[in-house]
Write a new protein. Structure first.
Length: 126
C-alpha cells in the first residue's frame, strides 16, 4: 500500500509532518512566554509578532497549507480506485486539518488581529 504512493507525495507528507512538529514546539514555546499569554488581545498580538521566528512560521505555514491544498486537488483528480491514491488523499486531508489546527492559534490569530488593528487605524486616520 505504501509502495503505491509516489515518492514526491511521500516527501510532501514527511516534510509536512516535520513542519507540523516544529510548529507545535514553537507554539508550545510561545505559550510559555509571559507577555504572550497576559494582557489584552492587541497586547498579546504585538508580543507574539515580536518573538523570534514568528514571521518565518507565519509565511511557511501559509506555504505548507497552499502546498497541501494543491497536492489534495492533484490527488482528488487521480483515479480513486487505486488504494494508494485513496490513502494519499485521506492522509493529505488529515494533514491539512492538523496543520490548520496547530497554525491557527496563536500564529494566524496574531496576524488577523494585527491586520484588523492596522485597518481600523487607517480608517480612523482618514
Amino acid at each position: 500500500m505504501i509502495r503505491q504512493i509516489p515518492v514526491g507525495e511521500k516527501a510532501t507528507v514527511l516534510a509536512s509532518l516535520a513542519y507540523i512538529i516544529a510548529l507545535a514546539f514553537y507554539k508550545h514555546w510561545l505559550r510559555s512566554q509571559y507577555d504572550v499569554m497576559n494582557g489584552s488581545l492587541i497586547e498579546r498580538a504585538f508580543a507574539t509578532a515580536g518573538k523570534p521566528w514568528y514571521w518565518f512560521f507565519l509565511l511557511t505555514g501559509f506555504a505548507f497549507i497552499i502546498l497541501l491544498v494543491c497536492m489534495g486537488v492533484h490527488l482528488f483528480r487521480k483515479d480513486k480506485s487505486v488504494l494508494g491514491n485513496l490513502v494519499g488523499l485521506i492522509l493529505n486531508i488529515v494533514l491539512i486539518v492538523i496543520l490548520v489546527t496547530v497554525f491557527w492559534d496563536p500564529i494566524f490569530t496574531t496576524f488577523v488581529v494585527l491586520a484588523f488593528v492596522a485597518g481600523t487605524s487607517a480608517a480612523a486616520m482618514s
